[in-house]
Write a protein that binds this ligand. Structure first.
Ligand SMILES: Nc1ncnc2c1ncn2[C@@H]1O[C@H](COP(=O)(O)OP(=O)(O)OP(=O)(O)O)[C@@H](O)[C@H]1O
Ligand SMILES: [Mg+2]
Length: 201
């Protein structure tokens, strides 16, 4: 594996990132949503994507539920598979970012080390958004009925119940989605993203 990647020369880029940004009218970057199942990652990522799209931003969303059917269909939920899941998402998000896109990612991404790798791959445009309503509220919401199954022992390695979630130590933003409404959260995120990805900051 190491040998193979060493003999492949790094592709020379013809289009500079700064040219892409100038033409797009904004920088590329990642809004990396992390938090327990039911914390609102998919809900807020989709709402923010829609809002930014309407305003002419180049946006794309990567969501755990979709990627696990395609790119990451070969992966399960054991620690190594979770790490590989997030490694691929991080690399993909970085590629899209360097192609000028604003990328929304909605993955539990429970391990600090994996999120740190994603941050390193994407570079300075990476924004870690921690959604933190607390386990109790996530479990009450249980939009997919997963907590109920996990409590019944039907789902092994379920984050927050039988698998760990490592709380971000220095996220760019934390939202308590138990206290802040969806509409308010989208407003806060929109303000943040439009400032973070402004061309001349
Ligand atoms: N303030 C809020 N912010 C976000 N979601 C909220 C809020 N209040 C209620 N909800 C509801 O909570 C649920 C969050 O589910 P969502 O699928 O977005 O979570 P998720 O973090 O993507 O979970 P998973 O990791 O399982 O994909 C939705 O049904 C949403 O309507
Ligand atoms: Mg989701």
């Amino acid at each position: 594996m190491a040998l193979k990647s060493e003999i492949i020369p790094t592709g020379k880029r013809v289009v500079e990132t700064s040219d892409l940004w100038r033409r797009n009218g904004h920088r590329g970057g990642v809004m990396w949503f992390t938090g327990l199942s039911g914390s609102g990652k998919s809900t807020l990522a989709a709402a923010l994507e829609g809002r930014l799209f309407e305003e002419g931003y180049n946006v794309v969303s990567l969501d755990g539920d979709n990627l696990r059917h395609g790119l990451n269909a070969d992966l399960g939920f054991a620690p190594d598979d979770r790490a590989e899941n997030i490694r691929r998402v991080g690399e993909l998000a970085a590629m899209l970012t360097h192609g000028g896109m604003i990328v929304m990612t909605a993955f539990i991404s429970p391990y600090r080390a994996d999120r740190a790798l994603a941050r390193r791959a994407a570079g300075e445009g990476f924004q870690e958004i921690f959604l933190d309503p607390g386990l109790e509220i996530c479990e009450q919401r249980d939009p997919k009925g997963l907590y109920e199954k996990a409590r019944a022992g039907e789902i092994p390695d379920f984050t927050g119940i039988s698998a760990p979630y490592e709380v971000p130590t220095a996220p760019e933003m934390t939202i308590d989605t138990g206290a802040v409404t969806i509409t308010e959260s989208v407003e806060i995120l929109h303000d943040y993203a439009t400032r973070a990805f402004r061309l001349f900051a």
